[in-house]
Ligand binder design. Structure first.
Ligand code: MOS
Length: 716
C-alpha cells in the first residue's frame, strides 16, 4: 500500500477554508446525544460513593439498610466486586490510572477515592441510597494524611513516568552563571488546576450477544476498549466501545472508575448499567494538573546571549501512581546555553492522582521560563523579543536534532507588527487610564508535534458518496469536520459527499485524541486510504452495492519519517489594566500568532487557539484549587468554588498563523489543540509587571496578591 505519496491532483478546495462543524446543527438543536443521554431498555443506574477520609482502610460497608431502599439492586465494593487485573501497561507506557482499578482492596489512598457503587432502577434512587450508605474506616487517626505541597521538603525524586529522561544536563552551570554579566535566579509556582470538561464522564455498559458493549465519553475508543479487555481478561474482539459526541476532555477522559464500575455492575446484574459522574466527583476521580514549584536560573552576557539555563520543576503525585508534570519540557526545546540543565521532580502525597491536562508540562513550564526571560530582558536592558531572537537555536538544545521548521521569530515579527509592539515604552508603570495602570507583555509558545500509527477505511458507495471509518475521537475540537475536509480533497469531491464515522472501536486501531496528535495522525491514515481508493476508482468500472473499500495503516510511513525536532511555535501578546486600589487585573486584548503547519479548517483551528489563550488568562488570573490540610480534600470542589474565567473576563482575543510548511512531511498538519495555552499566562504576568513594576511569580495573580504587592513603579 502506498503511504508516502504527497502529490495529488486535487485543487484542495476544502482544506484551508472555514467550515462549520458537520455535527454543528445536531449540537445546537440538542439532538446530538452524549453518553449520559441515550435511553436503553432495562437500564439500571449506578451512583459512586467516595471516601470521606484522606488516608486509611475501609473496615465495613454497611450495605444492609441500603439494599432495603426503594429500587436498589446492588452495592458493589471491595468485598464483593468482580476481580480486575490492573498489572498491564497502557498505550501511554504507564500503569493504568489508579481509579480504573477500583473495589479491589480496602486501602483508601486519598480523599474522594471510590469505595462503592450503588445500583438502582433510577438515578434518583441510586443517589438516595449512595448518600445513605454508611462506610466505616480504620487507621485514620493512627496514620495521619499529608496533602500539603511544600517545595522545601527534600523527599522528592527524579520522575520517570512521562519523561523517560527526567533529567538533562550539559556544561558547567555554576561556572557559566559565575561568568555571566546578567543573572536571573527566581522561583515560580503554579497551583493545582482542574480540567472539568463541561460534559461529565459517563459510561453505559451491557453484554450483547457475548460481547461487552460500552457507550462512553472518551478520548479514544480503542484505548478504552483495550484497557477494559485487559482489566476484565477478555478477548479484545469481545469488547466494543463507542463515543459519538464528547463535551470536552482536555486530558482527563481515559479509563476511570465510571467505565469499570459500569462493566462490573452490568456483569453482576446481567443488564445495562450506566454510571455518570457528578461535577464534585470529577474533582477527585479523573485527574488534574499538579501544582508546581519551579526554579529558573538564567545567566547571560551583556548582549543577552545565554551562558546558563537551568529549569528545575517539582510537582506532586499520589501514593498509588507516579505522574510527573514535566514542566521543564519547554526549556529543552526553546533556548540553548553553554551550560543547560533541566529536571522534573515529583513528591508523593495523600492526594488524588494528577494527569495530563491541556499542554501538560508546557503550560506551567512556559509560565516560569517565559516570565524568567522577561526578567532577564529587563535586567539586561534588552527588548524581550530581541532577547529571544538572540537565543533562537538552530538545533534542539537537548536532542541536537535539527528542527523540521522553527518559525518562532516569524511569529514574533508578525505579532509585534499587529500588536503595535514597536511603540512600547519598555519602562514599567508608565501608562495610566484613570485608576488603571496599563502594561503589555509577550511570551513564546511551543508544543511537540507528533504522529502515531493509525488505521482508516474509506468506502466508495454506489450513490457516489464516500464513507470514512476511523476510531478517531472528536472531543469538541472539530476533528470529525477536519477529517471530512481532508478526505474530500483527496477524493476530489465536495465535502458534503463525504461522511466521517468515528468513535467506534470496531473501526480498528487509531491513535487517541491527545498530545495535539489526533487530527495529524488520523488525517495521515485517511489521506492514505482515500488516495488508494481514488486510484482504484480511476481504473473505472461500476461500484457494487457493498461499495469499494480501501484501508490504510500508517505505521511504516510514520516510522520512515526523518528524525527531526517537530514542534508548533507561537508568540503571545497581552495588554492588561491593573487597578492597584482593588487589586483587579483585567486583560484588555490578546493576540497570538502561531506556526502550526498546515491549517485544515481555519474556523475550528482558530477556535482551538483562542480557547487555549482564554484558558491561559484563566490560569494567570483565576484558577486555583485550594486543598485543606486538615481534612485533605478540596474547598469548593465545584464551579462556584473553583473560579474559571467567565465571558466578562475574556477580551477580544485574536489568533492567527504564519505559513509553516515542512517539506519532509507528507501530512504537514502539526496540531493546534494545546499550543494556544502555552505562554499565555506568562504574557499576562509579564504585562502585569509592565503595568505595575511588580513581578508576580505565583499564579494566579489574585487581587489580594496585587494589593499586597502594590506597585513598584514610580508614580507618574
Ligand atoms: Mo491532552 S492533555 O494531550 O489529552
Amino acid at each position: 500500500m502506498t503511504t508516502t505519496t504527497v502529490a495529488t491532483t486535487t485543487t484542495n478546495r476544502a482544506v484551508g477554508t472555514s467550515h462549520t462543524r458537520v455535527e454543528g446543527r445536531e449540537k445546537v438543536t440538542g439532538t446530538a446525544r452524549y453518553a449520559g443521554d441515550i435511553p436503553y431498555a432495562e437500564l439500571a443506574h449506578g451512583w459512586l460513593v467516595l471516601s470521606t477520609v484522606a488516608r486509611g482502610r475501609v473496615r465495613a460497608v454497611r450495605t444492609g439498610p441500603v439494599l432495603e431502599m426503594p429500587g436498589v439492586l446492588a452495592v458493589l465494593h471491595h468485598g464483593n466486586a468482580p476481580h480486575v487485573d490492573g498489572s498491564y501497561t497502557t498505550i501511554l507506557g504507564s500503569k493504568p490510572y489508579p481509579t480504573a482499578v477500583v473495589f479491589q482492596d480496602d486501602r483508601v489512598p486519598h480523599m474522594g477515592w471510590p469505595v462503592a457503587l450503588v445500583v438502582a432502577e433510577t438515578s434518583e434512587q441510586a443517589r438516595e441510597a449512595a448518600e445513605a450508605l454508611q462506610v466505616d474506616y480504620v487507621d485514620y487517626d493512627a496514620e495521619p494524611h499529608e496533602v500539603e505541597f511544600d517545595p522545601r521538603t527534600s523527599d522528592d525524586y527524579v520522575g520517570g513516568a512521562r519523561d523517560l529522561d527526567g533529567e538533562t544536563s550539559k556544561g558547567d552551570l555554576e561556572a557559566e552563571l559565575g561568568a555571566s554579566a546578567v543573572v536571573v535566579d527566581e522561583e515560580y509556582t503554579t497551583p493545582e488546576e482542574h480540567h472539568n470538561p463541561m460534559e461529565p464522564h459517563a459510561a453505559m455498559a451491557r453484554w450483547e450477544g457475548g460481547r461487552l458493549e460500552v457507550v462512553d465519553s472518551n478520548q479514544g475508543s480503542m484505548w478504552i476498549a483495550g484497557e477494559l479487555a485487559k482489566l476484565f481478561s477478555l478477548d479484545p474482539a469481545a469488547v466494543r466501545v463507542r463515543s459519538e459526541h464528547i463535551g470536552g476532555a482536555f486530558g482527563c477522559k481515559g479509563v476511570r472508575t465510571h467505565q469499570v464500575a459500569a462493566v462490573m455492575a452490568a456483569t453482576v446484574l446481567q443488564r445495562p448499567v450506566r454510571v455518570v459522574l457528578t461535577r464534585r466527583q470529577m474533582f477527585s476521580i479523573v485527574g488534574y494538573r499538579s501544582p508546581t514549584a519551579q526554579r529558573i536560573r538564567l545567566g547571560a552576557d551583556a548582549d543577552g546571549r545565554l551562558r546558563a539555563l537551568e529549569h528545575r520543576s517539582l510537582s506532586v503525585t499520589s501514593t498509588v501512581h507516579e505522574f510527573v508534570e514535566g514542566a521543564s519540557a519547554p526549556a529543552r526545546v526553546m533556548y540553548d546555553a553553554d551550560a543547560h540543565y533541566t529536571v522534573n521532580q515529583v513528591m508523593q502525597r495523600d492526594v488524588p492522582t494528577p494527569t495530563f491536562m491541556r499542554a501538560p508540562g508546557e503550560a506551567p513550564g512556559s509560565f516560569a521560563l517565559e516570565a524568567a526571560f522577561d526578567e532577564l530582558a529587563e535586567r539586561a536592558g534588552i527588548d524581550p523579543i530581541a532577547l529571544r531572537a538572540r537565543n533562537d537555536p538552530k538545533t534542539g538544545p537537548v536532542s541536537g536534532m535539527p528542527f523540521s521548521t522553527r518559525k518562532l521569530m516569524a511569529c514574533f515579527e508578525e505579532g509585534a507588527r499587529r500588536f503595535g509592539w514597536a511603540d512600547r515604552d519598555p519602562r514599567p508603570g508608565q501608562r495610566r487610564d484613570g485608576r488603571w495602570l496599563l502594561g503589555t507583555g509577550t511570551a513564546a509558545a511551543s508544543f511537540p508535534s507528533g504522529s502515531a500509527p493509525s488505521t482508516a477505511a474509506v468506502t466508495a458507495e454506489p450513490d457516489g458518496t464516500f464513507t470514512v471509518r476511523i476510531t478517531a475521537s472528536d472531543v469538541g475540537t472539530g476533528a470529525r469536520t477536519a477529517l471530512t475536509l481532508v478526505a474530500a480533497d483527496v477524493l476530489d469531491v465536495p465535502s458534503d459527499r463525504v461522511r466521517v464515522r468515528i468513535g467506534d472501536s470496531d473501526f480498528g486501531q487509531a491513535f487517541i485524541s491527545g498530545g495535539s496528535m489526533g487530527t495529524r495522525s488520523w488525517s495521515w491514515a485517511v489521506e492514505t486510504a482515500a488516495r488508494d481508493l481514488r486510484e482504484q476508482l480511476a481504473l473505472g468500472g461500476v461500484v457494487p452495492p457493498e461499495g469499494i473499500t480501501a484501508r490504510s495503516d500508517t505505521a511504516d510511513a510514520i516510522g520512515a519519517l526523518a528524525a527531526r525536532e517537530r514542534h508548533t511555535f507561537g508568540a503571545q501578546f497581552a495588554e492588561v489594566a491593573v487597578d492597584v486600589g482593588t487589586g483587579e487585573v483585567r486583560v484588555r486584548r490578546m493576540l497570538g500568532i502561531f506556526a502550526a503547519g498546515r491549517i485544515v479548517n481555519p474556523l475550528t483551528a482558530r477556535n482551538q487557539l483562542v480557547g487555549g489563550m482564554a484558558w491561559g488568562i484563566s490560569m494567570a488570573l483565576h484558577e486555583e484549587a485550594a486543598r485543606d490540610p486538615a481534612f485533605g480534600g478540596l474547598i469548593g470542589a465545584d464551579f462556584a468554588g473553583y473560579h474559571i474565567a467567565a465571558h466578562a473576563d475574556i477580551p477580544n482575543i485574536e489568533a492567527d498563523w504564519v505559513d509553516d510548511t515542512d517539506p519532509d512531511d507528507p501530512v504537514g498538519i502539526k496540531g493546534v489543540g494545546e499550543v494556544g495555552i502555552v505562554g499565555a499566562a506568562a504574557a499576562v504576568a509579564n504585562a502585569v509587571w509592565h503595568a505595575t513594576g511588580v513581578r508576580h511569580r505565583n499564579l494566579p495573580i489574585r487581587p489580594d496578591r496585587v494589593l499586597t504587592a502594590g506597585t513598584g513603579a514610580p508614580r507618574a
